[in-house]
Design a protein around this ligand. Structure first.
Ligand code: BGC
Length: 344
């Protein structure tokens, strides 16, 4: 079964144009470290919480980290305070590794970590476990050898867990949003859907799975043709640039723009408008995250649909698990939060 899963995983990742090229990481603008401290009085216990985010300059992770901070506040009581320090990894694994070293030196009681690179998961897990600090991994899932939820560093360590959402589900929902349209996305009636794909960071399993599973779901309803597949690294400006180039190259041939996240879909929407095209009339556009502005756009018809990436559910679960660990309670290996399809 494990071998079968491994081959399916390998095949699955080959779906799509297979022409994606990396365009470099988005520029980092925010670099500050956030610290929230509430002075404990009398016998109150203050816990030190270290939160390492892969990059502050990311729409979705900004919502996520702000919610971590405010949710910790709501859990404070007269007896229990949380001193939360949030650091910006600036999309640089060496920088993030130093930040984890600092957290260890500072004696953090628990660490919540959004890895820059999942390929460094073992190195980080080893040092945090050796320091005796519970570790809650979020958002970027290190995958087991079989492409499933069996990462050894997580399974083998009782004080390490992952909190996230299954990106296969978000991809499938994107494909279904198009497949469920009256014309199944085939605006020009030629019997197939011609699309472009804009991918997030290719090292990130969310990007790989969304790329694969969106097309897999659509293909179950209608044949597809991939016109272009490019890496936009989750960034709005890249989404805009890639879409603008593709629209000038392929013009009316493009029927659907798939974006691995909403930030890139916002960029794509701007390029679509600039090219004189209209979502819902002569092109379709889908993203993932359900950022507030994208929910508005879905309502107004400026986006065909998106998929809610529940940052509230995920951040609250991550914090609840961290608090469990602080109390010395056992944690599970994996915690999952569902995606939700968002259409008009
Ligand atoms: C989100 C993206 C975000 C990425 C960061 C994904 O789950 O959909 O918007 O940029 O996580 O790792």
């Amino acid at each position: 079964m494990k071998k079968l899963l491994a081959s399916l995983f390998a095949v699955a990742l080959l779906v799509g144009c297979g022409t994606a090229t990396s365009e470099g990481a988005p520029a980092t603008t925010e670099t500050e470290t956030t610290t929230t401290t509430t002075e404990a009085s009398g016998d109150a216990k203050t816990y030190n919480v270290g939160v390492a985010i892969y990059q502050f300059d990311d729409n979705f992770m900004t919502l996520y980290r702000n919610e971590i901070e405010s949710y910790f506040k709501t859990l404070e009581t007269d007896d229990t305070k949380y001193n939360v320090t949030i650091v910006d990894g600036k999309n640089d694994m060496a920088e993030q590794s130093n930040q984890i070293d600092n957290f260890i030196t500072q004696g953090m009681d628990v660490i919540i970590l959004n890895l820059v690179q999942t390929s460094s998961a073992d190195a980080i897990i080893d040092k945090v476990v050796a320091a005796g600090i519970p570790l809650v991994l979020i958002n970027r899932e290190p995958l087991g050898e079989d492409g499933d939820e069996s990462y050894k560093g997580i399974l083998d360590n009782a004080t390490v867990c992952y909190v996230g959402a299954d990106a296969r589900q978000s991809g499938t929902f994107q494909g279904e949003i198009i497949a469920e349209l009256p014309d199944k996305g085939d605006l020009n009636g030629d019997g197939k859907v011609s699309y472009i794909m804009i991918e997030g960071d290719p090292e990130n399993i969310d990007a790989q799975y969304r790329t694969t599973y969106s097309i897999k779901a659509l293909e179950e309803a209608i044949p597809v043709e991939c016109l272009d597949d490019q890496v936009g690294n989750w960034a709005q400006a890249k989404g805009q640039e890639i879409t603008a180039n593709a629209l000038s190259q392929y013009g009316d041939k493009i029927e659907v723009v798939f974006c691995n996240n909403d930030a890139m879909a916002l960029g794509a929407a701007a390029a679509i408008t600039a090219a004189g095209r209209k979502v819902g009339e002569n092109i379709y556009l889908v993203g993932v995250d359900a950022l507030d502005e994208c929910q508005e756009m879905v309502k107004n018809g400026e986006m065909t649909g998106t998929v809610l990436n529940d940052h509230i559910g995920q951040s609250h679960t991550a914090v609840d698990v961290a608090v469990k660990a602080l109390k010395g309670e056992a944690m599970d290996n994996y915690y999952w939060v569902d995606y939700v399809k968002v259409t008009k």
